[in-house]
Design a protein around this ligand. Structure first.
Ligand code: BG6
Length: 489
C-alpha cells in the first residue's frame, strides 16, 4: 500500500509559542514527518518565536529533542540536520514593537506563503495580530492559525474573532480543531458520502439514537491553570464533540469545498435544541474524578492534583442532545467525555432501529438491531454489527456478529498525526477542515445556556472514582430512555 504525497509550495512558518508544549509535542514532529514524506519544496523555513531568549542553535537543540522524543520511527541523522537547517529563532514579546522589527528582519522580503501559527494563550491573539499588521508583516499570501480555546463564551469568542478579523480576512484565518485532522474523522465523510449504502438509512426513520464518546485516561496533566477555568464542556464538547456531531448529522454537501462543508455543519449547530436552565439536571451530567486507579496504577483525585480543596470544574460531562430538523427529529444524540475514565477510546455509535417484524421463532434467539461503530482512536476502524445464521446444523439460530475493519490491520501504513494533515492544508490554503467563524459562534450559542443553567440551578459536579465510566447519573441519563452506553471491546 503506497501513500501519495503532493508537495506544497515553499513557505515560511512562524510559530509563536515556538518553545511551548504544542510546538514540542505536535508541530515540530508533524513538520519533520512531512519533510520525511518529501512534501516540502525549497526554500521552506520555520521560525520559532517566543518570549524566551534563545539562540538559533538552542532552538535547534529543542527541536532535535522534540523529534527524538515524539517521532516514533528511526530516523537518519542527515534528515534531522536538513530539518534543523530550516529553523531559526527570534525572541518576541507579543506587545513589544521592537521585537516585531527583529521578526520582520528574520522573515525578509521574499514573497511566499507565510503562516503565523499562534500556539499561545488566546489573550495574546489580538496583540500579535495588531503588531503583525503594524509592522507590515501581513501580505496577501499570509495566513494565521489559531488554536482552541477560541473564547470561553459567545461574547469572548466574538471579541477574539473581531480582533483577529480586523487584521486578517476570513479566508486567511485557520481555526484548528485537531479532531478534524484525525484520519477516522475524515473517514466519516467518506463512509457517509462515498457509499450508497448508508445514506438512505441515515435518518430518524431508521436510526434509533447516536452515541459519541471521547474517553481519556489522562488527568489534568500540566494544565492546571487552563483546565480549571475551562472544564470538559468548554474543553471538549464546544469544539471536538460538536464537530463530530456535525459530521454525523450534516446533509450531504455539494462538494468538499470548504464553504460547502462548513455551510452544512453550521446548519446542524443551528438546529441543536437549546437546553434551558430547568432541563439541565435532566439532560446533562457533570462529574469530577476522585482518587482511584487508572492505567494500572493508583492516581490522585482532581482536587489533589489541583492542590486545592475546592473546585467545581467538571472533568466529565454527559449530555442528551437533540437536533431539531426533518432528518433527526426524535433521535437523541448522547454525548459524553471525561478524563480518568476506565479506558481511552473515542467512538461514534449509530444504533439502528429494530426490524419491524420478526419471521423467526423464539427458539432462534433475539434479533438484535444493527449497529455501526466507528472507532476514532485507538485502533481506528469501523465495525458494522449484523445478524447472521449461526453456522452448522441444528436449526435456525441467530447470531449478532461484526463485519470488522481495523485500519491498522488492513492498511500497513503509519497513521499520520492530525497536525500533519492540518499544517499542510494551511500551506495549501484549504480551509475544509478548519472552523469558520460562524461555526465557532454557533457552537457557543448552544453551550452558553448550558453553562448558565448549571450556574442558575447550582448543578454541582458529582464525584466519580478515577478508572470508572463517570458518575452513575450518566448511566441513568441514557437508561431512563431504555438504552445503554455502548461498551467498547
Ligand atoms: C485537547 C483538550 O483539545 O484534546 C485536551 O484540550 C484533550 O484536554 C485533548 O486531552 C484530546 O486529544 P486527543 O487527540 O488525545 O484525543
Amino acid at each position: 500500500m503506497t501513500s501519495q504525497t503532493i508537495p506544497v509550495d515553499p513557505f515560511d512558518l512562524i510559530v509563536f509559542g515556538g518553545t511551548g508544549d504544542l510546538s514540542e509535542r505536535k508541530l515540530i514532529p508533524a513538520l519533520f514527518e512531512r519533510q520525511l514524506a518529501g512534501q516540502f519544496s525549497e526554500p521552506t523555513r520555520i521560525i520559532g518565536a517566543s518570549r524566551s531568549k534563545l539562540s538559533d542553535d538552542e532552538f535547534r537543540s529543542f527541536a532535535r529533542k522534540a523529534i527524538a522524543d515524539h517521532v516514533k520511527e528511526d530516523v537518519d541523522d542527515h534528515e534531522i540536520r536538513t530539518f534543523l537547517d530550516r529553523l531559526s529563532y527570534v525572541s518576541v514579546d507579543a506587545k513589544a514593537g521592537t521585537d516585531f522589527d527583529k521578526l520582520k528582519k528574520a522573515i525578509g522580503k521574499d514573497e511566499r506563503t507565510r503562516v503565523f501559527y499562534l500556539a499561545v494563550a488566546p489573550n495574546l491573539f489580538g496583540d500579535i495580530a495588531k503588531n503583525l499588521a503594524a509592522h507590515g508583516l501581513v501580505t496577501p499570501l499570509s495566513r494565521i492559525v489559531v488554536e482552541k480555546p477560541i473564547g470561553r463564551s459567545l461574547q469572548s469568542a466574538t471579541e477574539l474573532n473581531d480582533e483577529i478579523g480586523s487584521v486578517f480576512g476570513e479566508q486567511q484565518i485557520f481555526r484548528i480543531d485537531h479532531y478534524l485532522g484525525k484520519e477516522t474523522v475524515q473517514n466519516l465523510m467518506v463512509l457517509r458520502f462515498g457509499n450508497a449504502l448508508f445514506e438512505p438509512l441515515w435518518n430518524s426513520a431508521h436510526i434509533d439514537h447516536v452515541q459519541i464518546t471521547v474517553a481519556e485516561t489522562v488527568g489534568l496533566e500540566d494544565r492546571v491553570s487552563y483546565y480549571d477555568k475551562a472544564g470538559a464542556l468548554r474543553d471538549m464538547v464546544q469544539n471536538h464533540i460538536l464537530q463530530l456531531v456535525c459530521l454525523v448529522a450534516m446533509e450531504p454537501p455539494s462538494s468538499l469545498d470548504a464553504d460547502a462543508v462548513r455551510d452544512e455543519k453550521l446548519k446542524v449547530l443551528r438546529s441543536l435544541k437549546r437546553i434551558n436552565g430547568q432541563e439541565g439536571p435532566k439532560l446533562t451530567v457533570r462529574g469530577q474524578y476522585r482518587a482511584g486507579a487508572s492505567s494500572g496504577g493508583a492516581v490522585k483525585g482532581y482536587l489533589e492534583e489541583l492542590g486545592s480543596t475546592e473546585s467545581d470544574t467538571e472533568t466529565f460531562v454527559a449530555i442528551k442532545a437533540e437536533i431539531e430538523n426533518w432528518r433527526w427529529a426524535g433521535v437523541p444524540f448522547y454525548l459524553r467525555t471525561g478524563k480518568r475514565l476506565a479506558q481511552r477510546g473515542s467512538e461514534i455509535v449509530i444504533q439502528f432501529k429494530p426490524i419491524p417484524h420478526s419471521i423467526f421463532d423464539e427458539s432462534a434467539g433475539p434479533v438484535t438491531a444493527n449497529q455501526l461503530v466507528i472507532r476514532l482512536q485507538p485502533d481506528e476502524g469501523v465495525r458494522q454489527w449484523i445478524m447472521i445464521k449461526d453456522p452448522g446444523p441444528g436449526g435456525m439460530r441467530l447470531r449478532h456478529v461484526p463485519l470488522d475493519m481495523s485500519f491498522a490491520e488492513s492498511f500497513k501504513v503509519r497513521n499520520p498525526d492530525a497536525y500533519e494533515r492540518l499544517l499542510m492544508d494551511v500551506i495549501r490554503g484549504n480551509q475544509t477542515l478548519f472552523m469558520r467563524r460562524d461555526e465557532v459562534e454557533a457552537a457557543w450559542r448552544w453551550i452558553d445556556p448550558i453553562l448558565a443553567g448549571w450556574e442558575e440551578n447550582g448543578q454541582k459536579v458529582q464525584g466519580y472514582t478515577a478508572g470508572t465510566w463517570g458518575p452513575s447519573s450518566s448511566i441513568a441519563l441514557i437508561e431512563r430512555d431504555g438504552r445503554t452506553w455502548h461498551e467498547s471491546d
